[in-house]
Ligand binder design. Structure first.
Ligand SMILES: *[C@@H]1O[C@H](CO)[C@@H](O)[C@H](O)[C@H]1NC(C)=O
Ligand SMILES: *[C@@H]1O[C@H](CO)[C@@H](O)[C@H](O)[C@H]1NC(C)=O
Ligand SMILES: *[C@@H]1O[C@H](CO)[C@@H](O)[C@H](O)[C@H]1NC(C)=O
Length: 512
């Protein structure tokens, strides 16, 4: 604690006059002038002070643009210039029409992420990286996903129960990798202003419990009471052991991407868990086992954790059993394939299961990394807006940090991440995807509600609005087009804020 206070005093209370809190721009692709990262090292890293008290008619407008602005802040007044009305577009926010409640935004503490943070090998720089995501002068994530044992973003294949036939879980133990994950999650929890919601997801049951005998490559959980019972206890042991280390587990998903495991030759750890089987497992084993654990009994269960294309059918089948329906709190969705699947599938799912929340639990761009790519940041913003417009309550990114190759990943399935670590240089890079996440996570807090907007159709412009519990309103507007757009953001109380959405920009307006 003392250490952290010292660091935060040294680094984050300094005035920005010397530039150490500003984005240190590095252009990363001579063929694409929009490719740029902000470089962070122990000397400097871009920080974002929290919004100070907003007075009656002023607002703050934050811009991230292809032309190189990053969270550029300006103060806007309720504005009355008449000429604007003729040339600008209008976006009307109706704060009295409210929809789904926000759970939050975050990323995954995979083995790869923890290894990359650890390899910085400098406690001060690790702290700066964690602060970028979780600190009050970072983008203030409040959700962390934790793989339960290994996934592809590990350096090896392992489970927590490696002794065949150990139905009493005598040999259950967390792995060496968990000690890194736990260390960094604890530090993230300490610096976060709001409680972090941690949730776990398994990629596969232990090899000996599967039809294939391997964690890699699909297959199903073996049939029979003792396998299902042991596997439910496996979840609870994970929850208990993390909780004992100071990391409460807010939720679990039953299985990461359960549809993939149908392919027995699948390229990494996977398990086929079709909806009817998942329903039985939750009703008869996972639900009751969690409910009767003194430590795990508050942990929420989420089903699906897979592509929206399988909705609403997979949720319908899983929740058809009223016992399962009672145990399940949420429906988790991944972004892969979103462009080929109608977002109305999310709305239909919410209409059919109104008591369940829908949470985005994984997203990434790829293949590999494309350092500084602005279009990858734009894709994040587009998808977040689309999901949240269709009843989704939050959006959780994949790996919190990757190396220059987009790994480590033991099957070479390299992808991109909002933070890329360069270990040899002892620096890390804030990519446009980081800013895209921040335009939401910084301003739309847990408990916020989406509110209605009425907007003239403007090509390439999309928006979304929320009201926080403290009454602040956050409007995120993205302009994907190659021209600036003047827009008047108004609400039912007579506020009017005129702003320009620069070409290819992501913008957040906050006011009270
Ligand atoms: C904002 O300006 C408009 C236009 O002049 C005015 O009608 C409205 O009352 C103002 N709203 C506030 C909250 O000051
Ligand atoms: C969970 O268990 C604790 C300890 O036995 C108990 O006090 C609490 O009421 C339980 N909570 C729920 C939600 O069942
Ligand atoms: C990483 O750091 C090394 C210096 O240690 C440098 O040569 C290299 O260009 C850096 N990589 C990138 C992608 O910036």
């Amino acid at each position: 604690m003392l250490f952290f206070q010292l660091i935060s005093t040294l680094l984050y209370t300094a005035e920005s006059t010397n530039g150490k809190d500003d984005c240190v721009k590095r252009f990363t692709n001579p063929k694409d002038k929009t490719s740029m990262v902000c470089v962070c090292n122990t000397q400097q890293c871009h920080t974002f002070p929290r919004v100070k008290s907003l007075s009656g008619d002023s607002a703050y407008f934050y811009e991230t643009t292809a032309s190189g602005l990053r969270f550029e802040k300006s103060e806007i007044k309720n504005n009355t210039k008449n000429e604007w009305d003729k040339m600008g577009f209008r976006l009307k926010v109706i704060t009295t029409e409210r929809f789904q409640e926000i759970i939050g935004f975050g990323g995954a503490m995979t083995d790869a992420a923890a290894i990359n943070i650890d390899r910085l090998d400098n406690e001060e720089l690790e702290e700066i990286l964690l602060h970028s995501y979780f600190g009050d002068q970072g983008i203030e994530y409040n959700v962390i996903r934790i793989p339960i044992a290994s996934c592809d973003f590990s350096t090896r294949e392992y489970s927590y129960l490696n002794t065949p036939g150990d139905f009493s879980l005598n040999s259950f133990h967390l792995a060496e990798e968990d000690q890194w994950k736990i260390k960094f999650i604890r530090r993230a929890q300490k610096m976060a202003r709001l409680p972090i919601k941690n949730f776990g997801s398994p990629w596969s049951a232990p090899a000996w419990m599967k039809t294939t005998g391997h964690m890699k490559g699909g297959g199903k959980l073996l049939e029979g009471e003792k396998y299902s019972k042991t596997y439910a206890e496996y979840f609870v042991r994970f929850i208990e052991d993390y909780t004992a280390q100071g990391i409460p587990i807010w939720g679990v998903t039953v299985q990461n991407e359960p549809s993939l495991g149908e392919d027995e030759k699948y390229g990494f750890q996977a398990m086929f868990f079709p909806p009817k089987d998942q329903s039985d497992f939750v009703a008869n084993h996972l639900g009751p086992t969690i409910a009767k654990s003194k430590v795990a009994n508050r942990t929420l269960i989420m089903i699906h954790d897979d592509f929206r294309g399988n909705l609403p059918e997979w949720a319908d089948i899983t929740l058809a059993n009223p016992k399962t329906d009672d145990f399940v709190s949420g429906i988790a969705v991944h972004w892969y394939g979103d462009r080929d699947a109608d977002p109305m599938k999310l709305t239909q799912t919410k209409e059919k299961h109104p008591r369940k929340f829908i949470l985005g639990t994984e997203a990434c761009t790829g293949p590999g990394i494309d350092l500084g790519s602005f279009s990858r940041g734009e894709r994040y913003a587009e998808d977040i807006i689309e999901d949240l417009q269709h009843d989704v309550s939050g959006w959780v990114d994949w790996n919190l940090a990757l190396d220059l190759q987009g790994g480590p990943n033991w099957v070479s399935n390299f992808v991109d991440s909002p933070i890329i670590v360069n270990h040899t240089a002892k620096e890390f890079y804030l990519q446009p995807m980081f800013y895209a996440m921040g335009h939401f996570s910084k301003f739309i807090k847990p408990g916020a509600k989406r509110v209605s907007i009425k907007m003239q159709k403007v090509k390439d412009v999309q928006g979304i609005a929320f009201i926080n519990q403290d009454g602040t309103v956050a409007v995120v507007v993205q302009n994907k087009g190659d021209f600036g757009v003047k827009i008047s953001i108004e609400d039912e109380r007579g506020k009017q804020y005129r702003v320009t959405l620069q070409q290819r920009s992501i913008n957040t307006l906050v006011y009270k």
